[in-house]
Ligand binder design. Structure first.
Ligand SMILES: [Zn+2]
Ligand SMILES: [Zn+2]
Length: 566
């Protein structure tokens, strides 16, 4: 699946290529506007695509809607590929520079092999453009100025930070050509620590700069490289900082570049107290370096300061990992706003090695998301029973019940008591004041049934702020009642934010890592949720969906004292 930023980029490129290929103005403008619309929609785009409602948006007709669907589902489109092959490389970038007409782009490509803005600027500075037929010294100067202005303009406003999922993809595009060239390279910085929206991209490469330049230049999305600053300029106005190290100091370089500053300082001081100056000694691995400070290897996720160094060292060996997750929790189906049936979701979970899956569609008050009435819920149970005949993975009956404004849940207890699992989430009225919101959540989470607090603070990264509430007071209420906290793995949510995990752990509250999947592809996000759990220092035993199906049901059943009526 592609996110809004990627589809925005593809639509802008389509518009630029249409312009290069001298297509009618209205067509070019239509793609331009659609690109803006998609950028503005941000994470909401997914809803419009998955509910097939794109054409409700202003300026999006059936042709562009089909393009967006194709881009969203496949990562590219046949039209985009065709236009790219009809234009010289770099045309989409070059055509946006004022004064660069398609005819001029073609001429520069034929005569000088210019394929990017960077190459154009170099050719201008070296006085080669004036030698091309139809260009003079004056045009060369104008193009240089226009190109530099355009670059400045596009670099002056920093874009919104990348989501962790997207940042990892971008980093992977840089790492794979380095690996193909036989160079050892790794992500570092906030990205390696697993922050939700890493503010910058950092890489460590075990080579000299010169050896890495060619592979980096060939990487997808690289526009230019500033060798002096060791910065790679990428599409969408992103940059990546690259640290080069001799292989024998790989451990030092990776440790320092991964950070964070306080962690590096604490480990350095600890080593110092034991007579070791870390920077003066070459460590080939981080394990050796931590060993010199008499510490176990501290996983990068624990280096972000959410736990003390001592606590991190104590948890390091037993952190939850993706292999220990046995159940896909929080899955939607065609009964509400999901794309796949109960059986399809169960089969896909089985294929991933899961032992159980919780079907948790929306409750009636979530009418915008196709909330399920009690009658429909009974029908779903029949479908679950029928699907269960066909798959070994256990299919658990659940709901994602709205927490209503007054803190009550959507279904009567007699229905809830027949379920295996209840997730309680806020989907509307996100803007109550702090006092009302705290009371609403405290009431919901104090209800005398086991419930999982779903996507706790309702944030959408880069798009919607978390709700305003007294989180510690809410955690107190949950700790006194029976319940667990969801770590929602959707990269747009990553909610409850990991900084609250230690507070919840201190109150003895258990967790689930959930996928909130709206299709079988939604299972792919599990790793991001596990990363958040690791950042909070969670051990396997603190994450309920590392349990077997029977143990999980016994722990989360809403009313364990009542027998379910099946
Ligand atoms: Zn939800
Ligand atoms: Zn959901």
């Amino acid at each position: 699946m592609q996110d809004a930023a990627q589809i925005h980029e593809a639509l802008s490129e389509l518009s630029a290529l249409l312009s290069y290929l001298r297509q009618p103005k209205f067509k070019i403008m239509a793609y331009e506007r659609a690109a803006e619309t998609v950028a503005t929609l941000g994470p909401e785009l997914a809803t419009f695509v998955e509910q097939d409602r794109l054409r409700e948006l202003p300026g999006i007709g059936s042709a562009i809607s089909a393009q967006i669907q194709e881009l969203y589902n496949t990562g590219s489109s046949q039209l985009l590929e065709r236009l790219r092959s009809d234009a010289p490389a770099g045309a989409a970038e070059l055509v946006r520079v004022p004064g660069l007409t398609p005819r001029r782009i073609q001429a520069l490509s034929d005569a000088l092999g210019v394929r990017s803005l960077d190459e154009l600027l170099t050719a201008c500075r070296e006085g080669r453009v004036r030698s091309v037929r139809g260009f003079g010294a004056k045009t060369e100067q104008q193009l240089l100025e226009a190109g530099e202005r355009w670059l400045q303009r596009s670099l002056s406003q920093p874009p919104a930070p990348l989501l962790l999922s997207r940042a990892l993809e971008v980093a992977e595009q840089l790492l794979s050509p380095l690996a193909r060239a036989g160079l050892r390279a790794s992500i570092a910085g906030a990205l390696r620590r697993g922050e939700e929206t890493p503010p910058s991209l950092e890489l460590v490469v075990a080579s000299r700069l010169e050896e890495a330049l060619d592979p980096l230049r060939s990487a997808r999305g690289v526009l230019r490289i500033d060798a002096a600053e060791q910065v790679v300029y990428l599409a969408e106005r992103r940059t990546a900082k690259v640290f080069f190290t001799p292989p024998e100091r790989w451990g030092n370089a990776l440790f320092t570049a991964t950070g964070d500053e306080a962690h590096v300082a604490a480990v350095t001081a600890r080593a110092h107290a034991r007579g070791v100056t870390l920077s003066a000694q070459a460590f080939e691995t981080e394990h050796e370096l931590y060993g010199a400070a008499e510490l176990p290897f501290v996983p990068p996720e624990l280096r972000g300061g959410l736990l003390s160094l001592e606590a991190s060292a104590a948890q390091a060996g037993d952190l939850v990992d993706i292999a220990s997750i046995q159940g896909m929790v929080h899955c939607h189906t065609t009964f509400s706003d999901g794309k796949h049936s109960v059986l399809e979701m169960a089969q896909a979970a089985h294929a991933l090695g899961m032992r159980y899956i919780t079907i948790t569609d929306h409750s009636p008050s979530a009418h915008y998301a196709g909330g399920v009435s009690v009658d429909t819920l009974y029908r779903q149970w029949e479908e679950i029973a029928a699907a269960q005949e066909q798959v070994p993975v256990r299919i658990l009956r659940g709901v994602e019940s709205d927490i209503l404004r007054d803190g009550s849940l959507d279904y009567p207890d007699e229905v809830l008591s027949q379920l295996d699992v209840v997730i309680a989430s806020i989907h509307a009225r996100h803007r109550l004041n702090r006092e009302e919101m705290t009371a609403r959540l405290r009431r919901a989470l104090s209800l005398p049934l086991f419930k999982i607090w779903g996507h706790g603070l309702g944030r959408i990264l880069n798009h919607r702020e978390p709700i305003d509430c007294d989180v510690t007071a809410v955690l107190d209420a949950l700790a006194e009642s029976r319940g667990a906290i969801e770590l929602n793995a959707d990269p747009h949510r990553l909610d409850l934010p990991p900084r609250w995990i230690p507070e919840a752990v201190a109150r003895g509250i258990p967790f689930v890592v959930s996928v909130d999947a709206h299709s079988v592809h939604g299972f792919d996000v599990l790793r991001y949720g596990v990363t958040m759990a690791r950042r909070g220092g969670l051990r396997r035993s603190q994450v309920l969906n590392t349990l077997t199906a029977d143990e999980f049901i016994a722990r989360v059943r809403p009313f364990p004292e009542l027998r379910s009526v099946t």
